[in-house]
Design a protein around this ligand. Structure first.
Ligand SMILES: Cc1ncc(C[n+]2csc(CCOP(=O)(O)OP(=O)(O)O)c2C)c(N)n1
Ligand SMILES: [Mg+2]
Length: 628
């Protein structure tokens, strides 16, 4: 071990002598310059061979990370974790975890966010001290709001005695996690390698225990760069995943009785499912009750072509319901009440005597400052438990709670429910029809063309700025849709789609994303990451040359203030000059098509792009589109 490590490092030091190793030569030549980031006049020389550290702490850190099974570390590099990065690459062989080069920390985290939703497990990210974590922050907030696990590592030198003067002080911090503590599940700043090993295992476990969320472990720079002492004493703790909790059996029986006796039961599912198994269970429950299901969409919860799928009728269903079962709903109050915009007038949407059951772990993970818990919603039966884990018991309880006469009444509901489902689907198709040949292209047409292209594939829409896909396409698989950003912080779309596409890459699932032009411009560098790491992704830019949502907000305000509306474009449009997204993509080695104004050109451009995706690379198609 020691000898291998010595050879590896000798190679790096000696690389300048090798004519063939051009990149290594540059690396070696640049080595003093890296130190010069803070010590430009220090005249430091590279360490002499007798000072070489054969087994740095960061090698052990890599052993720990490998033991979690994390396959990737997405990161923008920084000297605070340079030793860890070098160990990942040279000691770990850059495999499991593999270092993914990101052009912004926010993109690293959003990429990990999209990846985790598809892979069903987290990836790591590494952020450079204060500045890296500040860049990462909004994406961490999105993952927190979405209850998605991300394992963050931060570089930092805690010991002031060893910090190099200058930049290292700017980038170090007494408490790295303070910035993110309001929206992470847990953090730690280990001061020994044993402490690091235990904290990574604990952090991974906490991140992946529902309700899931991001955690942050500091990888101290001194600990990483210094030699491992007394390795025999180090113990790598075993990682045991927590089994998600079922709701209390008495409460589940009570809920089943309420549902079996209901005339108009409705199921609202949000962050309920973690897998296809979860979807199967909701179908089983819904069929046992003939209860329509509105999939709120935090996760893929229900097949869109099932006769009980009524997501678009959610409001009217809630209005008529006598019993509503919520499954891990992020905004319970908002399902039963509204505040109008722009007048902020309150209205209740449901009957006053509606009975509400909520199966959720929401209350087990709250912090006081950020308001992602949404407004307080009184319910009749609050069951603390994991929705997916509780469903099997609930299904059994419903079956045994249903009397003969109730069974007959439930079965009688089927015909009308099938008609209602058909009506809902007809309505969407009618809404989608106008403007088929319009220029700029209608979003419904783009959606239909895309579906034609992927309908015979296993497909995943990782991100979509338009609703048509979910409303129009038959989607039966858990991997078809992965929900949204959680916190609606813009800049999520492109990197999250790249992360999702990475997780889908080896499963033969084609990943597509439909990005708002505004959203894409927060993190266009993720296109380069996709090209560099050969991540196949078909990205469509829904290019309305605007932050169109904000255009509409300004129009609303102008109308409220009874003023002119034509100024709503100021500060909200992205034109003059127009951005050429195809060229943007091409500049980063991504196949780029567009801008497409003629709807007839969408199909051929998508086909060309798909051919690129099929050979394992990303492609982008810029479609100039109507507002939303
Ligand atoms: C970080 C952040 N900044 C600003 C906003 C406000 N915001 C919400 S939607 C939106 C527009 C996004 O533009 P685009 O992706 O093109 O979608 P469009 O509204 O045009 O469909 C903005 C700026 C936000 N949600 N997050
Ligand atoms: Mg836009």
């Amino acid at each position: 071990m020691g000898k291998d490590a010595f050879d590896r490092r000798s190679f790096l030091k000696g690389a300048a002598a090798s004519a063939a190793a051009v990149l290594s030569t540059q690396l070696a030549a640049n080595a003093p310059a890296e130190g010069a980031e803070s010590n430009s006049d220090s005249g430091e020389k590279p360490a002499s061979r007798d000072k070489i550290i054969g087994r740095p702490g960061s090698d052990y850190m890599v052993d720990v990370i490998k033991a979690t099974g994390m396959e990737y570390i997405a990161s923008n590099p920084g000297s605070s974790f340079r030793s860890l990065q070098e160990s990942i690459i040279n000691y770990g062989g850059n495999k499991k975890p593999e270092f993914l080069t990101c052009t912004h920390e926010e993109s690293s985290v959003a990429m990990a966010h999209g990846y985790a939703k598809v892979a069903g497990k987290p990836m790591g990210i590494a952020a450079h001290g204060t500045v890296g974590l500040q860049h990462a922050a909004m994406a961490v907030y999105n993952a927190w709001c979405d209850r998605v696990p991300v394992v963050l590592f931060a570089g930092n030198f805690l010991d002031a005695n060893t910090r190099r003067p200058g930049v290292e002080w700017y980038h170090c911090v007494q408490d790295p996690a303070a910035l993110l503590r309001d929206f992470t599940k847990w953090d730690d700043q280990p001061v020994s390698l044993q402490h690091f090993a235990e904290s990574v295992m604990r952090g991974y476990k906490i991140a992946t225990t529902p309700p899931m969320g991001p955690v942050l472990i500091t990888a101290d720079g001194d600990l990483a760069e210094e030699a491992v002492h007394d390795e025999k004493k180090l113990r790598l703790p075993k990682l045991t995943m927590t089994i998600p909790p079922q709701g209390d059996s008495g409460a589940v029986t009570e809920a089943a009785k309420m549902l079996a006796a209901a005339q108009n039961p409705v199921i609202l599912a949000d962050r309920a499912c973690r897998s296809q198994e979860g979807m199967k269970r909701i179908v089983e429950l819904a069929e046992a009750l003939n209860a329509p299901v509105a999939d709120i969409g935090g996760r893929m919860n229900f097949p869109t072509n099932h006769y009980l799928c009524r997501s678009l009728d959610k409001r009217s269903l809630v209005g008529q319901a006598d019993v509503v079962l919520m499954l891990e709903v992020a905004d319970p109050w908002g399902q039963f009440n509204t505040i109008s915009d722009p007048h902020h007038e309150y209205r209740r949407l449901s009957k006053p005597d509606v009975k509400i059951v909520h199966i959720s772990l929401g209350d087990t993970l709250t912090k006081a400052n950020y308001q992602d818990m949404q407004r307080f919603m009184p319910v009749d039966l609050a069951i603390s438990g994991d929705a997916q884990a509780t469903l099997p018991a609930l299904i059994e309880a419903v079956k045994s709670a249903t009397s003969m006469s109730q069974r007959a009444a439930i079965s009688d509901r089927a015909t009308k429910l099938r008609e209602d489902h058909r009506r809902m689907k007809d309505r969407v198709r009618t809404e989608a029809a106008p403007g088929w040949d319009a220029t700029p292209c209608s979003t419904a047409r783009t959606s239909a063309q895309l579906y034609n292209l992927i309908k015979n594939e296993k497909w995943c829409v990782a991100v979509s700025s338009m609703q048509w896909n979910k409303n129009l396409w038959p989607a039966t698989e858990y991997y078809n849709f992965i929900g949204g950003s959680g916190g609606a912080g813009q800049g999520y779309g492109a990197p999250a789609a790249v992360g999702a596409a990475l997780a889908n890459r080896d499963k033969g699932i084609v990943t597509v994303s439909i990005e708002g032009d505004g959203d894409l411009m927060y993190a266009p560098g993720s296109l380069w990451t996709a090209a560099h790491h050969k991540i196949p992704l078909l990205m469509i830019v829904h290019n309305n040359r605007a932050y169109h949502q904000e255009v509409m907000h300004l129009q609303k305000m102008a109308s409220l203030h009874n003023r002119r509306m034509d100024t709503a474009a100021i500060g909200t449009t992205i034109e003059n000059p127009n951005i050429d997204y195809a060229k943007l993509a091409q500049s980063m080695g991504v196949h780029g098509e567009g801008p497409i104004n003629d709807p007839a050109a969408i199909g051929p451009a998508l086909s060309r792009a798909m051919a690129v995706v099929k050979r394992g690379e990303p492609a982008l198609v810029d479609i100039v589109s109507q507002g939303r």
